[in-house]
Design a protein around this ligand. Structure first.
Ligand code: PRX
Length: 654
């Protein structure tokens, strides 16, 4: 995508922050950035103590950082409450009656605004609903909600009483919900009858019912209560004694719920994400460090102001929705815009219409969406006045320079800086990103590390590489919002992130730095795919495929895709006597959707006589990737067990 001559030329263009933007920005020069960054990595305790003073602490910490690699503790002895920081502290100020959340539903004309005072009240009441239903400090609460303000209310209510939430994206299946309930031990599920997406209704409650049936069948169902928010009004099953309506529960409670006094290292949430092996892992984030990083990145990267209308288009089921729709902007006292549905409903200009109607000033979305907008054409954009925009952001995958340029010119009117933010579920917030008033940007690079982030590109032995040498991306020091572990699996935490190199966090991405120090992220170098900005483990899709009775073996790889970044290609061998035909191919696609969810739908299913393996029996993914991409085979094949397999694979078509 980005390897043609045009993009090479574009890559070398430098865009300096406009003078008037830099003048107003909190960080207005590279000298200021460099000075602060240096202090943040050489004297992190001093630096972060100063920054943390912006938050509201019920009790001040006694020590900023304790680092026993790979375990970090930040703000030891400090006590605070995330919900108090996102809500209560704004109430005594002019922000009390400003919009905290402006929401639009997918059906045209549906709009709600919650001021900080109103959101505070809703959160307190719902926190009392949780208490009434037996939720206590340390309990896990599974949230499977559409994009409605109640999703944020639910998260903040958990934070208020010290319960952990685990939000599951609405595009995941009943089976995925079941796995997450079992792993987290959630006693309660918060859901809705359904949600609107591209004109259709997503059957959320039905998926929860199916998950609970699966759990009951397995003999282990920790879920005692399901609270159902009425969103679509469709008919749903209500199980007497287990399921209750959200609105009915609210009738029993008042709005008096003081924020719990919580230790800075109290777990805030678990968010499941895909790895290169096994089932998704529960990434654990805690209170003080996470909140500080969420707050600081909104302050310095988005440079949020009271007058901004800030819109992050991510679903609340992903980490971007956690940090940059809920916690970061609300901790700043900003106005966070939230939209329920698809960008092309009812027409391809829905986003531009929303920006115009609401005067959105800061807009944060994913490259896959930008590429889709480009394909739909400029005329959809030109119908709307986007002059309110002042800053654009992108996240989720490498942005190809053509998409960057289109975003800059067509959406940003060549006037808005673009912040290309590299980070991960594990990092909690932005790690490598421009600061809009300081950093010169080039299309396609996430540029430089954020405060406290000591990023480097290293070779296999862990030595830092010189300019323009490709290697692995690592972080060499702890940062406040780093994951604190994998829920229930200490060994996997160490093995996944801290065993590749001694004392360094290995992100799973490949990268290079240019001569100016900018990081160019190449993408995942492990067996994790990035499909339309969604993270997907090849192992998960493989295990879904082999759970089908007709499949003997499966191998899944990514293939470059113009819109989605990567497409999911499955190589499948069938069991003796099974007919490998179109009907089976369709059945396998449907099976993967059922097991994981629509996000994992295979783009191609190719039947093969065998899979290429080394003599020790390992599948040679490198070869499969080349075959999937239609490339000539290159590299060493001498360890391949059976050459004829490759011939059958190359002939196999979807
Ligand atoms: O490969 C990187 C890619 O997304 C991965 C993290 O995925 P996830 O945990 O789902 O979080 C996505 C939202 C933060 C990374 O390992 N990635 C994310 N942002 C960028 C990116 N790749 C290149 N440039 C980015 N800006």
């Amino acid at each position: 995508m980005s390897n043609n001559i045009e993009s090479t030329l574009v890559e070398n263009r430098v865009f300096k922050p406009a003078k008037d933007f830099a003048k107003k920005a909190r960080i207005g020069s590279m000298a200021q950035y460099r000075k602060m960054w240096k202090e943040s990595v050489t004297k992190p305790e001093k630096f972060f103590a100063r920054e943390a003073a912006d938050l509201t602490w019920q009790k001040k910490w006694t020590k900023v950082l304790e680092w026993k690699c790979p375990y970090a503790k930040w703000f030891i002895g400090g006590k605070l409450n995330v919900a108090e920081n996102c809500l209560d502290r704004h109430l005594g100020t002019a922000r009390a009656n400003k919009a905290a959340i402006i929401w639009q539903g997918e059906p045209m004309g549906e709009k709600r605004t919650l001021t900080y005072a109103q959101l505070h009240r809703e959160v307190c009441r719902f926190a009392n609903v949780l208490k009434r239903n037996g939720v206590k400090n340390g309990d896990r609460v599974l949230i499977y909600m559409p994009m409605v303000p109640e999703a944020a209310v639910a998260m903040l209510a958990c934070a208020r009483i010290g319960a952990m939430h685990s939000v599951v994206f609405g595009g995941f299946s009943a089976e995925s919900i079941k796995d997450r309930v079992l792993d987290s031990g959630a006693k309660i599920i918060l859901t809705a009858d359904g949600g609107f997406r591209r004109g259709a209704v997503v059957p959320l409650k039905k998926n929860v019912d199916d998950a609970l049936t699966l759990l009951a069948g397995g003999g282990a169902n920790p879920v005692k209560r399901v609270i159902v928010f009425k969103r679509t009004g469709q008919e749903v099953h209500i199980e007497e004694g287990r399921d209750v309506w959200w609105s009915r529960e609210l009738e029993y409670v008042d709005a008096d719920c003081p924020p719990a006094l919580l230790d800075a290292e109290t777990p805030l949430f678990i968010l499941y994400t895909s790895g290169s092996t096994g089932k998704p892992k529960g990434i654990l984030h805690t209170t003080g460090g996470y909140l500080l990083h969420a707050y600081m990145t909104c302050k310095y990267v988005f440079d949020l102001r009271d007058e901004d209308v800030y819109w992050c288009t991510a679903d609340v089921g992903w980490v971007t929705g956690h940090t940059y729709m809920v916690y970061g902007p609300l901790a700043m006292g900003a106005t966070s815009f939230m939209y329920e549905g698809a960008p092309n409903w009812p027409e391809n200009d829905r986003f531009w219409q929303i920006i115009e109607e609401n005067g959105v000033t800061v807009f944060y979305t994913a490259p896959t969406a930008i590429r889709a907008f480009m394909k739909w054409g400029d005329s959809w954009v030109k119908k709307h006045d986007l002059s309110s925009l002042r800053l654009l952001g992108t996240v989720g995958e490498p942005i190809n320079p053509e998409a960057w340029m289109w975003y800059h010119r067509t959406i940003g009117g060549s006037r808005c800086p673009i912040v290309d933010t590299w980070w991960q579920t594990e990092t909690g917030g932005h790690m490598i990103t421009p600061l809009p008033g300081a950093t010169p940007t080039k299309p396609g690079t996430a540029t430089l590390p954020f405060f406290g982030v000591d990023a480097a590109v290293v070779d296999d032995a862990g030595n830092e590489l010189g300019a323009n040498q490709g290697g692995k991306l690592v972080i060499r020091k702890p940062w406040p919002s780093m994951l604190r572990g994998i829920w229930g699996d200490k060994a996997r935490y160490k093995a996944t992130y801290w065993s590749e190199y001694k004392g360094m966090y290995f992100a799973g991405d490949g990268a290079r730095r240019d001569k100016d120090g900018n990081f160019w992220i190449v993408g995942r170098i492990d067996d994790v795919l990035n499909v339309a900005g969604h993270r997907l483990g090849t192992a998960e899709v493989e295990s879904a495929l082999v759970s089908h009775p007709s499949v003997a073996e499966a191998a899944v790889v990514g293939k470059p895709d113009e819109l989605k970044g990567q497409a999911v290609v499955c190589f499948v061998t069938v069991k003796e006597g099974v007919k490998a035909d179109r009907a089976l191919r369709d059945a396998l696609r449907a099976h993967v959707r059922k097991v994981i969810g629509p996000v994992a739908t295979p783009d191609e299913v190719r039947f093969a006589g065998g899979l290429p393996k080394t003599r020790s029996g390992k599948i040679m993914r490198r070869l499969l990737k080349q075959i999937a991409a239609g490339e000539a085979l290159k590299g060493d094949t001498t360890t391949l067990e059976d050459f004829s397999v490759v011939a059958t694979l190359a002939a196999a078509e979807d």
